[in-house]
Design a protein around this ligand. Structure first.
Ligand code: ADP
Length: 504
């Protein structure tokens, strides 16, 4: 029943009630008056008392009937509405259940006590429990996980416990053991607390994905990378060296046709050398052996110089290059002096190994040149109190959106006609990410097909005071070093002299 219907029913009900009361009072008044007032009695004597009481009874009946009918109508309408609503809710429930059951990733929902309220088929397959068995069982019994390397997880760090205790998200790669222990899977696990807007925790919801195959593939690749880089780097370096000697006019005499062949061979060998170097860097980055000597670096001056150094690569391909400071790009370090606008450039200090950052920017710049046919490459610098942001922007072909999330993975290359003709290893961006992560930074790309790409790097910014403190500490350490070196060199020299004396 809609609102106006409800109002009409109520009005009708009260009208009938009022009429009944008025008539009832009138008739009752008449009867009483007939009994005590002689004049009235005369009139009423003529009326048949049976009619009076009949009217009274009929009114009473009408009154009761009206109440009954109105109530019934009202109730019937309400209950049909309720059943409709319940139907709708049921179908929404069913829809949600079907959706959750159809998700290829495992889903587990627990209450605040850690009892499983909901589990889908994928999660059941991974755990080795049936959905029916797992419901209402404590999640720790069903969902047995260890660290990725098989190490046990301390009880208080058990993912669901931690999420429910700290109301915090959990996102890690773990090992999931099946119910009978026969199967160990590597899963990527994300658990979120279910929190009301008032901050009350209702439980936790987990999404788990089996990444065992992906991990195995990664392990095999890493093994290959490590073997290849160790075994092949030395002979390739030797070939490169001999080819360089053959091409050196002071050392070798070759005819012009042979020179053409050798130049090609030399270029290819250099490319191969780069591949092995990348492979080696990759393996080092992965097992934490990448050399890293962080110092305080002022990014403005550093990037200005680096852009100058890199300019040549762009110019060779007919591309412009520039360095800009400031978010809008309107403050340009190279035009500052030309236009004589006095701009106080902020000092963007970071604590990084300059060689490593140079490697990253050079890689991004080389890629920008490689994948851009015309236009310009911009190296930019901006930031706020917390962050220093560097970007490398090009006006090239751009990257199809479906590839963007994978670009920083090892060996990932966009496969299209352009990249097939442009050489590359698919390791450059992976190495960049690994280096940036060394400094708790972040690297990502924003790209538009046909317009170009911008690679962004965020690094934690050092305040000027902190930068000065670190630089002083660094200088003090450096000043100590030569003395230590001399001290260390002294006994070594002495030993050398002693050895010489003995051998004489
Ligand atoms: P590669 O050696 O293949 O360049 P990277 O790891 O440096 O390896 O880059 C991975 C892939 O990302 C490249 O193969 C290319 O498809 C894409 N890519 C990287 N930089 C750019 C860019 N500036 N413009 C367009 N595509 C790019």
């Amino acid at each position: 029943m809609n609102n106006s219907g409800r109002v009409l029913a109520k009005v009708g009900y009260y009208l009938l009630l009022a009429i009944t009361v008025v008539f009832g009072v009138a008739v009752l008044g008449g009867v009483i008056a007939a009994r005590f007032v002689p004049g009235v009695a005369k009139v009423t004597e003529k009326l048949d008392m049976a009619i009076v009481s009949g009217t009274l009874a009929a009114m009473l009946l009408a009154y009761v009937a009206s109440i009954f009918l109105i109530r019934r109508r009202y109730n019937a309408a309400s209950s049909s509405e309720i059943s409709k609503l319940a139907g709708a809710l049921r179908s929404k429930d069913e829809q949600a259940a079907i959706l959750i059951q159809s998700i290829a990733d495992g889903v587990i929902v627990t209450d605040t006590e850690g009892k499983i309220n909901l589990m889908n088929r994928a999660a059941a397959n991974m755990t080795g429990w049936t959905v029916e068995e797992a419901i209402n069982i404590n999640v720790e019994q069903v969902f047995k996980v260890a660290k990725e390397n098989g190490e046990e997880i301390p009880k208080e760090e058990y993912p669901f416990t931690a999420v429910l205790a700290h109301k915090a998200f959990f996102n890690q790669v773990l090992q999931l053991n099946s119910r009978d222990g026969s199967r160990k899977r590597i899963i990527s696990l994300v658990i979120s607390p279910v929190v009301t807007p008032t901050g009350e925790v209702f439980g936790a919801v987990a999404v788990l994905r089996d990444i065992s195959e992906q991990r195995e593939a990664e392990r095999q690749r890493a093994e290959f990378v490590s073997t290849a880089s160790h075994e092949m780097r030395t002979p390739v370096a030797a070939i490169e060296g001999y080819l360089a000697l053959a091409l050196n006019e002071k050392v070798s005499t070759i005819d012009s046709r042979a020179r053409g062949y050798l130049e090609k061979a030399y270029a290819s060998t250099k490319h191969l050398g780069k591949l092995f170097q990348d492979l080696l860097t990759t393996t080092k980055a992965e097992d934490g052996r990448l050399s890293n000597h962080p110092v305080v670096v002022e990014m403005g001056a550093f990037l200005e110089q680096l852009t100058e150094d890199l300019k040549f690569t762009a110019t060779k391909k007919g591309l412009n290059s520039e360095f800009i400071v400031g978010s809008s790009g309107s403050i340009d370090a190279t035009t500052r002096e030309e236009t004589s606008i006095k701009v106080v450039r902020p000092l963007y200090y970071v604590h990084v190994d300059p060689d490593r950052i140079r490697e990253v920017i050079t890689n991004l710049f080389d890629n920008a040149v490689k994948y851009t046919q015309q236009g310009k490459i911009t190296i930019g610098l901006t930031g706020n109190d917390e962050v220093v942001q560097i970007f490398v922007r090009d006006t090239g072909a751009g990257i199809p959106p479906e590839h963007v999330p994978h670009l920083f993975q090892k060996f990932y290359r966009v496969d299209n006609s352009a990249t097939r003709t442009i050489g590359g290893t698919g390791l450059g961006l992976f190495i960049c990410r690994k280096i940036i992560e060394l400094y708790n930074g972040r690297i990502w790309v924003v790209s538009e097909l046909g317009k170009g790409s911008t690679f962004y790097i965020n690094l934690p910014r050092l305040s000027t005071q902190k930068a000065q403190e670190l630089a002083q500490a660094q200088a003090a350490a450096d000043a100590k070093k030569p003395q230590e070196d001399t001290a260390a060199a002294q006994p070594a020299a002495q030993t050398a002299t002693t050895a010489q004396t003995q051998s004489q």
